[in-house]
Design a protein around this ligand. Structure first.
Ligand SMILES: CC(C)(COP(=O)(O)OP(=O)(O)OC[C@H]1O[C@@H](n2cnc3c(N)ncnc32)[C@H](O)[C@@H]1OP(=O)(O)O)[C@@H](O)C(=O)NCCC(=O)NCCS
Length: 409
């Protein structure tokens, strides 16, 4: 099988995901994705007519995210009408899956130059996934009752014995690392400023991080999902709390500890990663930044839902013929603090190697866009630190995980 090379990766800044508050919230998601595509083109200098497909992750699929946001963004970018776009949904792992599918097309020899990435404007819908993901399918609800993700995060923490202090300490460090990376300008290489229709600047920096976040500040925040546990949603046989305890009878009571400061931030953004064959890169004089060594997915129990990054990472390591000790840095999506704490426990990797530029707790998690952002951050971090290999993994709705291993070139 031939190699798939990452030529470059860019992203928009992450804007706060509240309408009227976030600096991107008034911009159409397609317009933002289009600007990111053009940012990638300007940075790399490829001819857009060469792009065989744009694969975009999006975790919504309705309203302003409806239909095929990838193709519409290509058209909005002013690219030739010959360039196709396809949109995919693997919940929070959509953007990573988009890059992995771009790599698959290239590795298989069917495509030469493909862009993977994604877009999500969380300011355009609220609240996030208030119920489970069965979409009113009563039969599925009977087989696999699913609950809001925040409760799943608290269930993981309860089962694993993580405390509120563990989650808050992890999150304070995420904020510290993200702010340090911002101050040092580590994200500048990947950032594509986003402009308004009148040409004025909308946003050129991440606006979610909160300087001054410390344990005392987080201690004052109330658990966000405590009340939700008592909800008996229409069509469900019991409250979310009772369903969780029925599935995990060892849990007598869910210890609710996730809140606004130790959960991923609700934000808007878009990402794009150019993946090509070695032949295409050589022919056009493009310098590759990384090769994709392996990609994988894994499924785990769908009620607890957020436990698959470890199994996906292990499967990816097995495919690459590597062990965790061969990986220099890990980018694990900070959907909730307990997700990353469990990953580090499952694979026995130290925090020093994980999310060294901070993560979604500080920066935000624009669902379909995040995977492309994490892969881009991993490439930048490998170059900056002179290290060789990175593993990127995410949890997703429905109890799945996505994983990618890349190697700096
Ligand atoms: C947890 C969650 C529900 C909180 O949402 P929210 O209540 O709207 O969050 P806000 O940003 O308004 O913050 C709530 C409060 O916490 C405060 N806060 C947030 N982060 C803080 C920090 N780091 N330090 C101190 N205070 C903080 C805010 O200032 C706000 O205070 P206020 O009410 O006095 O204004 C939301 O962030 C969420 O759903 N996150 C997860 C998203 C998700 O599920 N993604 C998919 C995952 S796989």
């Amino acid at each position: 099988m031939r190699e798939a090379w990452i030529i470059d990766a860019v992203r928009s800044p992450r804007g706060r995901g509240k309408p009227g508050v976030g600096s991107l919230s008034h911009i159409h998601p397609q317009r933002c994705m289009a600007q990111v595509l053009n940012g990638l083109r300007a940075k790399v200098g490829f001819d857009p007519a060469d792009i065989e497909d744009v694969v975009a992750g999006c975790g919504t699929g309705s309203g302003d995210h409806a239909h095929d946001i990838a193709r519409m963004s290509v058209l909005d970018a002013g690219w030739p009408i010959s360039v196709t776009g396809v949109t995919l949904h693997r919940f929070c792992g959509s953007g990573q899956q988009a890059v992995n599918f771009a790599a698959t097309g290239v590795m298989s020899g069917q495509q030469e130059a493909v862009i993977g990435g994604g877009v999500e404007f969380m300011s355009r819908y609220a609240p996030v996934h208030a119920n489970g993901f069965h979409a009113n399918n009563e039969h599925l609800l009977g087989l696999h009752p699913q609950i809001p993700q925040g409760i799943s995060a608290d269930l993981i923490a309860t089962i694993e014995g993580f405390t509120r202090e563990d989650c808050d300490r992890y999150s304070v460090e995420s904020q510290r690392r993200a702010l340090h990376s911002i101050e040092q300008g580590y994200f500048r290489n990947a950032l594509v400023p986003v402009y308004n229709l009148d040409g004025t600047l909308a946003l050129d920096r991440d606006e979610y991080p909160r300087p001054g976040t410390d344990m005392a500040a987080l201690a004052g925040l109330k658990p966000s999902f405590l009340g939700l546990g008592a909800v008996h949603a229409e069509g469900y046989p019991a409250t979310f709390d009772a369903l969780a305890r029925a599935k995990y009878p060892q849990v007598k009571e869910i210890n609710y500890m996730h809140h606004a400061g130790n959960s991923s931030g609700v934000v808007d953004g878009a990402s794009a990663v150019l993946v090509t064959s070695p032949e295409y890169a050589r022919k056009h004089g493009l310098k590759p930044r990384a090769r994709i060594r392996a990609i994988a997915t894994a499924g785990t129990e769908p009620l607890i839902m957020l436990t698959a990054p470890g199994p996906a990472a292990q499967r990816c390591l097995d495919k690459a013929g590597m062990s965790k000790n061969d990986i220099d840095i890990f980018e694990i999506n900070e959907a909730f603090a307990s997700v990353v704490l469990k990953f580090m426990k499952d694979l026995d990797v130290p925090h020093d190697k994980v999310n060294i530029d901070g993560g979604a707790i500080a920066l935000g998690h624009p669902i379909g866009a995040t995977g492309g952002m994490l892969i881009g951050t991993a490439v930048d971090t490998l170059e900056r630190t002179g290290k060789g290999t990175a593993l990127i993994a995410m949890c997703t709705g429905g109890g799945m995980g996505t994983a990618t291993i890349i190697e700096r070139m």
